[in-house]
Write a protein that binds this ligand. Structure first.
Ligand SMILES: [Zn+2]
Length: 147
């Protein structure tokens, strides 16, 4: 018997546990993602409060009404609310939080790489990936670019 056991092996070992799960984005979220795949943005509408929500919600956060109405939001009506830079293996990228005029909430995405620097309040448009590359996810928006 080999008594020269590796102390590390006594404390822990590595193995794999197979796990699978499916995340759903919820009723409003699924619809929102399917619309993104088609290259459109739609907000849910609360008629009581006269508010639009993007990403859409199925209940109004203010009056708790169930929201069944949808309204198109132009991908060209965004503005940068906030931004930050990320550095990763493929270089530096800027993440922007884009809000749309008259709409509650906002979308996170990348700012178009290049010489243009983002600024708070800058008018931007959502540029979608080519249709065949879209997957029904937020990354279907390739980037936001200055208008
Ligand atoms: Zn409401």
């Amino acid at each position: 018997m080999d008594l020269a056991l590796n102390e590390e092996e006594l404390k822990r070992w590595s193995d794999h546990i197979p796990l699978m799960w499916k995340y759903t984005a919820g009723i409003a979220g699924e619809r929102f993602l399917q619309l993104l795949k088609q290259g459109t943005l739609q907000a849910s509408v609360c008629k009581n409060c006269n508010k639009l929500f993007l990403p859409p919600k199925i209940f109004c956060k203010d009056c708790f009404a169930q929201l069944n109405e949808w309204r198109d939001v132009s991908p060209d009506d965004g503005f940068i609310y906030s931004f930050t830079s990320l550095t990763s293996g493929d270089g530096r990228r800027t993440v922007v939080l884009v809000k749309f005029d008259g709409v509650e909430g906002g979308l996170l995405g990348f700012f178009k790489p290049g010489r243009e620097e983002p600024k708070i309040g800058m008018k931007v448009r959502a540029v979608f990936k080519p249709k065949q590359e879209r997957k029904g996810s937020l990354s279907d928006i390739q980037y936001f670019e200055k208008i």
